[in-house]
Design a protein around this ligand. Structure first.
Ligand SMILES: *[C@@H]1O[C@H](CO)[C@@H](O)[C@H](O)[C@H]1NC(C)=O
Ligand SMILES: *[C@@H]1O[C@H](CO)[C@@H](O)[C@H](O)[C@H]1NC(C)=O
Ligand SMILES: *[C@@H]1O[C@H](CO)[C@@H](O)[C@H](O)[C@H]1NC(C)=O
Ligand SMILES: [Zn+2]
Length: 561
């Protein structure tokens, strides 16, 4: 019925617009307005259709569609017998903070729905990677881990205690005197020592847990600047994380993210928000870390930027060092980003790779989608999932700028969240939508997305809130949770590791998280295990890594072709 009505309204609208004498007498502007109304009507008809019927492509009814699909996948899988054993000149690690498997699936559906598809059938860029493994994420002292201990695992190759970065499990959180002697180095340092260019790009502050394990040795992830440290720790010689960013590894080539507040002396107004006193610099030691950095690299084609315009006006061919600090603390959520002033993760990754890839010895780049985690902690699934989709876009961009022939790309997460979606939703259901039935206990609707715990727990007159009375599609809606907590917690299950490029096949099976950098280093012939690398020259060669058993069939193939 409704569809019929919709068609009639459309028809009458069209006849008004396109009737010959009407066109002659009406002004152009009026017609444009009419056309907008028509477009809107068509759109609302389509939306209505999507809501009333479960629709899926007609071809999916044919068994042959699925059989051909599977046969193509099988053919691709069979090709994997020719393993890529090249030396990885470049390594890119994409870390989705808090990007558990349910988040990956939901982000995939969201990405598809953003481009008008049902979503379930969509492929994320990371879905296209040929190799997948599971990563066991626990910290040495925690079943459900935090981002600091896990970052130490996937960057330094050593499992560690929660809350600590770049130190072994012999170090105790917040106890300065347990730092010395327990430092462990990261793959970023191994890469730098091997002459590669290195970079860090994140949507959090650059001295946040994940990136800091790449360069700092700190018993407390919260020691962002010296103002965040106890006096006792300062007196015992422990250093804040911001300071270590500039002092530990001589000149990381690319550093991008947020965190200006930790870099300037206290009472220094922020460059972007001078009127907002909360954004003042915080340092007690009076140092201007940005100024010191600029002085150190300005003769070496080094540039500091704090906004998108300045970032995009740089010519990467003329830049060897880049410090980009776009907010006083973390960057804004992608959904709330000021698209004039602040770059997206994809834009940052684009510039970073163009700068780093100039080094003929290659590069190591850590990219963190750091605020997937924050969205989940706030119970704001829409923010979290848009962050994950943006990281996937950045993965696509990185793929266009590099080659699987010489670049190992790994996508993984530090840990999961107690985020879930379910409820027997029909195909194409909005990922932020309702399950199709009411609860058979309280007779109220429920959203497909729910959290095990978190700030979304809500009682109205002593009972579960009726979600149909609120806008559960809005950006900051907090999905319901079973247990009230101000901050939703991490989840303890394994996360995925997606990989492509040289030696990617070594990331297979169920592995401990600290295995990851050992594989990346092995692939790149850096770090502790280089026995398989050619010693007579630094250059990589495909054929030097092919066994005689493989060489013979290759020779036959070559002769036949
Ligand atoms: C280390 O510092 C803690 C206080 O933070 C103290 O209780 C402990 O005795 C110290 N240990 C050593 C070996 O000095
Ligand atoms: C921020 O800096 C301004 C200017 O130096 C100063 O007047 C103000 O008290 C500072 N506010 C805070 C909260 O540090
Ligand atoms: C929930 O809210 C919707 C929309 O206001 C209403 O139609 C429905 O009756 C409510 N359900 C219950 C059980 O209160
Ligand atoms: Zn977290």
């Amino acid at each position: 019925m409704w569809e019929c009505g919709c068609f009639l309204v459309l028809w009458s609208e069209l006849s008004v617009v396109w009737h010959p004498w009407n066109v002659k007498i009406r002004k152009r502007r009026l017609i444009d307005n009419k056309m907008k109304v028509v477009q809107l009507l068509i759109l609302s008809c389509l939306v209505w259709e999507g809501k009333t019927k479960v629709q899926f492509p007609e071809q999916e009814k044919r068994p042959d569609y699925w059989r051909d699909f599977a046969q193509r996948s099988l053919k691709d899988a069979l090709k994997l017998q020719e393993l890529n054993k090249n030396i990885a000149k470049n390594i890119i690690l994409f870390l989705g903070d808090g990007m558990g498997v349910p988040t990956v699936t939901a982000a995939r559906i969201l990405k598809g729905q953003l481009s008008g598809q049902n979503g379930e059938e969509t492929q994320l860029e990371m879905d296209k990677f040929p190799h997948v493994a599971l990563s066991k994420t626990y910290n040495t002292n925690a079943q459900v881990p935090d981002s600091a201990g896990t970052a130490t695992a996937f960057l330094c190759g050593v499992k560690a205690n929660e809350g600590t970065v770049g130190v072994s499990a012999a170090a105790v959180r917040s106890q300065c005197n347990t730092t010395q002697g327990n430092e462990v180095t990261s793959i970023l340092k191994w890469a730098k020592d091997a002459g590669k260019s290195v970079g860090i790009v994140t949507t959090t502050r650059v001295n946040h847990a994940t990136p800091s394990a790449a360069y700092a040795h700190c018993v407390d992830r919260d020691w962002y600047s010296d103002a965040d440290m106890p006096n006792e720790a300062l007196q015992s010689g422990c250093k804040d994380i911001a300071r270590q960013l500039f002092e530990n590894i001589p000149d990381i080539n690319v550093i991008m993210g947020g965190g200006r507040r930790s870099m300037y002396p206290k009472n220094t107004p922020d460059v972007e928000y001078p009127g907002d006193k909360k954004q003042n610099g915080t340092r007690k030691d009076g140092r201007n870390l940005v100024g010191e950095w600029i002085d150190r690299v300005k003769e070496k084609r080094g540039f500091y930027v704090w906004n998108k315009k300045d970032l995009l006006s740089l010519n990467p061919n003329n830049v060897d060092y880049l410090l980009g600090l776009f907010e006083p603390a973390d960057l804004n959520y992608e959904l709330e980003r000021n698209t004039e002033n602040d770059p997206s993760l994809t834009e940052m990754v684009d510039v970073a790779i163009k700068i780093l890839k100039k080094n003929e010895r290659g590069f190591f780049l850590l990219v963190e989608g750091g605020r997937i985690d924050h969205g989940h902690h706030e119970g704001k699934a829409k923010q979290a999932l848009h962050e994950a989709v943006e990281m996937d876009r950045a993965i696509t961009r990185a793929g266009l700028l590099t080659s699987e022939y010489d670049t190992l790309t790994v996508v993984t997460a530090d840990h999961s969240h107690v985020f879930s979606f379910g409820g027997y939703t029909p195909r194409g259901n909005s990922i932020f939508g309702l399950a199709p039935t009411l609860s058979d206990v309280d007779q109220k609707p429920f959203t497909a997305i729910l959290y095990g715990n978190g700030p979304g727990f809500k009682l109205v007159n002593g009972a579960r809130e009726n979600v149909s009375t609120v806008d559960y599609q809005q950006n900051n809606y907090q999905a319901q949770s079973a247990v009230p907590l101000r901050m939703e917690t991490h989840g303890g299950e394994d996360v995925a590791i997606f990989s492509k490029g040289p030696m990617a096949h070594l990331l297979h099976g169920v592995q401990e998280q600290h295995y990851i950098p050992h594989v990346m280093a092995y692939a790149a012939c850096i770090g502790q295990n280089k026995d398989h690398c050619r010693t007579n020259s630094g250059s990589s060669s495909y054929f030097s890594h092919i066994s005689p058993a493989l060489l013979f069939p290759l020779l036959v193939k070559w002769l036949l072709c």
